[in-house]
Structures are given as structure tokens and as C-alpha cells.
Write a protein of this length. Sequence first.
Length: 156
Amino acid sequence: MSAALPRKIFPPLFNRYEGGEAFGYHVDNAVRGISGTAERVRTDLSATLFFSEPDSYDGGVLGIDDTYGPRAVKLPAGHMVLYPGTSLHKVNPVTRGARVSSFFWMQSLVREDSQRALLLDMDVAIQRLNQDAAGHPSIVQLTGIYHNLLRRWVDV
């Protein structure tokens, strides 16, 4: 939740790649209209939820090139990858079996990737501090800073 800070979520779509199918490098559309409504979602974040086990198909790796560098993603069924909507990405050809997944987009309360990354880092550090030193006065101070940054950057 704290990685995305979702404001709106585009209804999930589904795909199945098999028999050499692939999807070349692309950047997702900046805005997606929700079919049958006047609602629009700014695609700050992209997500892929894997339904197929990685050993049930060959290929089908999701290649993501973004500010964090190139990544090759092939996760177990039930696992999801979340990445900036500005990322260049592709699905490599599936050469055996079938790769089934769901994909969708999120409009975040915080538009900028770099701001979301800072907030996530701070949230993780606060949670870790809460586990390691529960009741430490710094927790209240850091939590206040987190919420003041969120207040500054959030778009509702």
C-alpha cells in the first residue's frame, strides 16, 4: 500500500502469451479511460500479477527498464510486480507453455516517482524502528515528518 499510495485503480485486464507470443518495448499510455464510464485514471504505476508458475512456461520474462535500471521479472503465481508507469517495458516471447497474468494501472495520491520512493523509504524505516525500538521518541518525530511530506505532495 505505501509503495503505491493508490487514489484510483484501473480495472484489471488479463493476458495469455504462448506459442512465441510477445509484446515489444513500450511505455504505457499516460491516461486510461475506464470503459463505459467518464472516469479516467492517470497511470502513475503499472502492475502485473502473475497467475502461471514460472516453471510451467519458458520465456515470457517481463523486462522493465526504468530509473532503477533494467530488471527481468518472472514471479511465482500470486506474486505481483509494481513499477513506475513511465518505465519502458516488454514481455519476451513465450517458447513453451503459457504465461497468464493480469495487468492494471494505478493513479497515486503522489504523482512523482521520486517523491513516492522517498515516502516508501521513510515508511519502511519507521516500521523497522517501531519493531527494533518501540516507543522511541524518534518514531513520533519521523511519523510527523512522513505525514507532513505526504500532506505537501498528495493530490486528492
